[in-house]
Each structure stands twice: as structure tokens, then as C-alpha cells.
Design a protein around this ligand. Structure first.
Ligand SMILES: Cc1cc2nc3c(=O)[nH]c(=O)nc-3n(C[C@H](O)[C@H](O)[C@H](O)COP(=O)(O)OP(=O)(O)OC[C@H]3O[C@@H](n4cnc5c(N)ncnc54)[C@H](O)[C@@H]3O)c2cc1C
Length: 288
């Protein structure tokens, strides 16, 4: 392992103090540190650029907590995967998020890794991102200029980038609570723990009796960013979860996706498996 040089750091305990540091002229040289499970790999020089200065945000309790607002589940950016798995509110309103959390790393990573870190790390293999994208979550960013909300559809514009400015922190995630909305999640990796996904998928829809509406299908590890499969969504829209629908959706998905070969998998495998996973999710939803 390359030698790690510890960069200078600050550990504010109030959000305003963190915003003030980020508002300095050279805000870009600060790198927020949440659980550190991605950042420590960068500090060690194994992946990506090490940070010039570290802004340790772990003590910002204002970024913790899970609650229900009138129309959304609101999750603080520092919420860990263990918090998500243990939350009765997540279990009740968005169980797919707890399911995704359960597939991430193993216990040590789940105790320390945060939902906000997964969102801001912006990896196309980030396992919670498809769930957030399928559910149309809003990412709330804060700075000395106040707060703004960015829809998940606009949050990851290109490979490993986000819509956040250098002077902003992700402070919370709002998952809209829509009556009769369902979402299911599936991750395919080499093994059940400590595996980066080869394909990860979340499928959301509103159940209108026999048929589905507002269908949103999001996938990770098949493109440079987490993506929606809009042509496949269009095929599913207004239909019910039958075998014929599943067959048509798989055909649409396999022609819509253009994954790449990389160290974790091949493009052909990803396309094939994505189709099979989608078929299974529709079959499970239809109960056939
Ligand atoms: C052994 C191992 C296994 C892993 N397995 C998985 C896996 O199965 N699936 C998966 O998706 N990921 C996995 N990861 C990656 C990592 O655990 C997750 O991405 C985790 O959610 C990162 O959260 P963190 O709090 O540790 O972020 P950090 O490492 O602290 O930060 C990650 C990035 O986000 C930025 N950041 C963090 N919080 C904020 C904020 N509130 N505002 C602005 N910027 C912020 C940081 O500056 C940094 O660029 C694994 C990592 C390891 C080391």
C-alpha cells in the first residue's frame, strides 16, 4: 500500500462553522469526510486524488436522524447503513433502502459508511443510488447561501460528478412518499458480502389495481453514471405485471443498455443479467 500522508484537517461541531470554512476563497481544496470508507482509500493514494485538506463532518449531529415530513421520508446525510437497517421508519416506508443498505460491504462498512457519502462519492456502482433515482429522491444541499434541493434525475450528470458546488454539503435526502407506490431492489455481485455490484437495479411503480403507472427503472454498474432505463419504463407504463409484459420489458432493456467490459464483469453478462433480474422482479410483483 502506498504511504499515506495525513492531510491537514478541521472538525467543526456546528453546521454553520463547516459552511464558513467551505465559503473560503479556495473552497475546492476542502474535502468533506463523513464515515471515511471511500475517502480513506483516496487518502492512502489507492484510488483517486488524495485531498489537500479534510473537513471532518462526522461531529455534525445536525446531519443525523430519520423522520417523516408531511410527504417525504427525510434522512440525514450522516445516516449510516446500520441506522437505515435498524430504522422502523425506513422499514415501513422504503424497505428497499434497508435492503440496499444490507448488501453494502459488511458490518464494519455498514457501521461507518453513510448514505450521504454514497450519494456524494457518485460511483456508478453505488448501491443506494438506483433506489434514490427510482423513487425520485431530492438531495438537499446547504451552504452559507442557504439550502437548495436537486432532484436525483439531475444529481449525477457525468462519471463520478455531482450537482453540488465546492462550497456545499449534502445535508439530507428527501424520499417522496407517494400513496400506492412500490419499489423493489436487486443487486448482483460476486458474493453476498464485500462485493461491488456487477448490476444493481431498482424498479418503482404506482399500483393502480391491475396496471402500473409512473414506472421508474434505475440501474447502476451499467453506464458511467446511475441511469434510468426510460425506453423500458415506457414499455411497462400502463400495463400489469404479466409474463408478456416482462418479456417485452426485457427485450426493451437489453436493447437500451450499453454497458462496458471491466474488471468486475463483461458487457454481455451485464446485459443478460439485467434482463433476467428485471424479469424476476416483475414476476415476483405479479405473483406468477
Ligand atoms: C471494503 C469496502 C466495501 C464497500 N462496499 C460497498 C458496496 O457494497 N456498495 C457500495 O455502494 N459502496 C461500497 N463501498 C463504498 C463506501 O463504503 C460507500 O460509498 C459509503 O457510503 C461512503 O460513505 P462514507 O460516509 O464512508 O463517505 P466518505 O468516504 O467519508 O466520503 C465519500 C465522498 O463523499 C464526500 N462526502 C461525504 N459526505 C458528504 C456530505 N455530507 N456532503 C458533501 N460531500 C460528502 C466526501 O468528500 C468523499 O468525496 C465500500 C467501501 C469499502 C472500503
Amino acid at each position: 500500500m502506498p504511504n499515506a500522508v495525513e492531510p491537514p484537517s478541521e472538525s467543526p461541531t456546528r453546521l454553520n462553522a463547516a459552511y464558513a470554512l467551505l465559503a473560503e476563497a479556495d473552497a475546492g481544496s476542502w474535502r468533506p469526510l463523513a464515515g471515511g470508507t471511500d475517502m480513506l482509500v483516496q487518502i492512502a493514494g489507492e484510488i483517486g486524488e488524495p485531498p489537500e485538506r479534510v473537513l471532518d463532518i462526522w461531529a455534525l449531529d445536525e446531519l443525523r436522524g430519520i423522520s417523516v415530513d408531511t410527504d417525504a421520508l427525510v434522512i440525514g446525510a450522516l445516516t449510516t447503513y446500520t441506522d437505515l437497517r435498524r430504522s422502523p421508519l425506513v422499514a415501513e416506508h422504503v424497505p428497499a433502502l434497508a435492503e440496499a443498505a444490507a448488501t453494502i460491504g459488511a458490518a464494519q462498512i455498514q457501521n461507518r459508511g453513510t448514505l450521504g457519502g454514497n450519494v456524494m462519492n457518485a460511483s456508478p456502482a453505488g448501491d443506494t443510488l438506483p433506489v434514490l433515482l427510482a423513487l425520485g429522491a431530492e438531495l438537499v444541499l446547504g451552504s452559507t447561501n442557504g439550502e437548495r434541493r436537486v432532484n436525483a434525475d439531475d444529481f449525477w450528470p457525468s462519471y463520478r460528478t455531482t450537482a453540488a458546488r465546492d462550497d456545499e454539503l449534502l445535508i439530507r435526502i428527501r424520499v417522496p412518499l407517494v400513496p400506492s407506490q412500490q419499489v423493489c431492489f436487486r443487486k448482483i455481485g460476486t458474493r453476498r458480502a464485500q462485493a461491488i455490484s456487477k448490476v444493481v437495479m431498482a424498479l418503482a411503480w404506482t399500483d393502480s389495481g391491475e396496471t402500473w403507472s409512473d414506472v421508474r427503472l434505475a440501474l447502476g454498474s451499467v453506464a458511467a453514471t446511475t441511469v434510468r432505463a426510460r425506453a423500458t419504463e415506457a414499455v411497462l407504463e400502463g400495463l400489469g405485471p404479466t409474463r408478456e409484459t416482462a418479456d417485452a420489458a426485457v427485450e426493451a432493456l437489453t436493447s437500451e443498455l450499453s454497458p462496458i467490459d471491466d474488471v468486475r464483469s463483461t458487457a454481455d453478462y451485464r446485459r443478460l443479467v439485467a434482463g433476467r433480474v428485471l424479469h424476476r422482479l416483475i414476476r415476483d410483483a405479479g405473483g406468477w
